[in-house]
Design a binder for this molecule. Structure first.
Ligand code: FMN
Length: 312
């Protein structure tokens, strides 16, 4: 029997379902799985109010992580694989997961093969790079990264995701907007990664552990989001530091700065994304090389190649 530790934090249960589906593909004869839901000491609200939603922005971006309740697993136990499932908050791993990474319990990751699993709206690149750096710091052996996102068109998720976050309602809306979140079929499809891990479980003992989930479409790079995320990578820390400097959480000045940030964010999504697409086309000859290298990094370790079509 090999022992798998699956760690996650999910507010609506979406990431929990994604994790269950992946674990469901693991052969129960081969693997014993312990699932751990990370609990921040102070719970985050769901549904969110606008103020609370924007209020977690500075801490998310600057890595000011909350304290978490001590998890129930033994961090010094004998784990053969850790599945680390996280969502994205403001282009960073969600605060409870950052809390876990900064806690004593994170030593469980040291020298362990780690498969990361992300379920988010559509912007995961910067968070994934941050996570890779954190896993390096913790001396984990990142074997694979699996990402699923909302399939709805961006204009639709621009409405359906905030509606979900601020009202808790996820269903089809006004007949135009598809249900928010990752589709059921995509979530069900995650079991293929559990099955692949079962088939390749011998390789979990290798050091360094190589990618085990290649050729299964583990990630899909939406190239149109690469430049907007890079723009945010520069502007978000500026706004986050400004908010922290304005005053402690709850102060009027900080609320004012965060309101300005919220206006900037809507402007950025509506204007900067189209502008960055045009800029990228204009500057293509100059930026193509570095962008390609960055995209290759985002694809690693598992790659984007999808399964061969079944000809039977
Ligand atoms: C405060 C906050 C910020 C978010 N920022 C992003 C983001 O930058 N990129 C993204 O793709 N999704 C973002 N999301 C959506 C989440 O990644 C995720 O899809 C959603 O919260 C549902 O996750 P759950 O499994 O915890 O319910 C954000 C959600 C919250 C609550």
């Amino acid at each position: 029997m090999q022992r798998v530790l699956a760690i996650y934090f999910s507010q609506t249960g979406q990431l929990g379902c994604a994790l269950d589906s992946m674990i469901g593909g693991l052969d129960p004869e081969q693997f014993e799985v312990h699932v751990e839901s990370i609990q921040p000491k102070t719970a985050y609200p769901f549904p969110w109010s606008l103020g609370e939603f924007v209020g977690v922005f500075p801490e998310s971006v600057l890595g000011i992580a909350p304290e978490i309740e001590t998890p129930s697993f033994d961090p010094d136990g004998d784990w053969d694989l850790v599945i680390l499932a996280y969502t994205v908050w403001y282009l960073a791993p969600s605060l409870p997961i950052q809390g876990f990474l900064q806690s004593e319990s994170a030593r469980v990751l040291r020298d362990r093969p780690v498969v990361s699993l992300v379920a988010c709206r559509n912007m995961w690149h910067t968070a994934s790079e941050k996570m890779k750096r954190e896993l390096d710091r913790l001396e984990a052996q990142l074997s694979d990264n699996v990402v699923v996102t909302d399939e709805g068109p961006t204009w639709a998720t621009f409405v359906s995701t905030p509606r979900w976050m601020f009202t808790g309602k996820r269903d089809r809306f006004l007949r135009v907007f598809p249900p928010a979140g990752v589709s059921e079929s995509t979530i069900e499809g995650l079991s293929r990664f559990g099955e692949a891990l079962s088939a390749r479980s011998d390789e979990l003992t290798k050091r360094p552990v190589g990618p085990l989930l290649t050729g299964l479409g583990a990630v899909e790079i939406e190239e149109r989001f690469v430049v907007p995320e890079l723009i945010a990578l520069v502007s978000f820390p500026f706004w986050a530091k400004l908010a922290v400097l304005s005053g402690p959480p709850g102060s009027i000045l900080r609320a004012f700065t965060l309101t300005l940030f919220a206006v900037y964010l809507i402007f950025a999504i509506l204007i900067l994304i189209p502008v960055s697409i045009i800029l990228r086309l204009l500057l293509y000859p100059f930026v193509a090389g570095p962008l390609r290298a960055y995209i290759e990094r985002l694809r690693s370790p598992s790659g984007t190649a999808a399964p061969e079509p079944d000809h039977h």
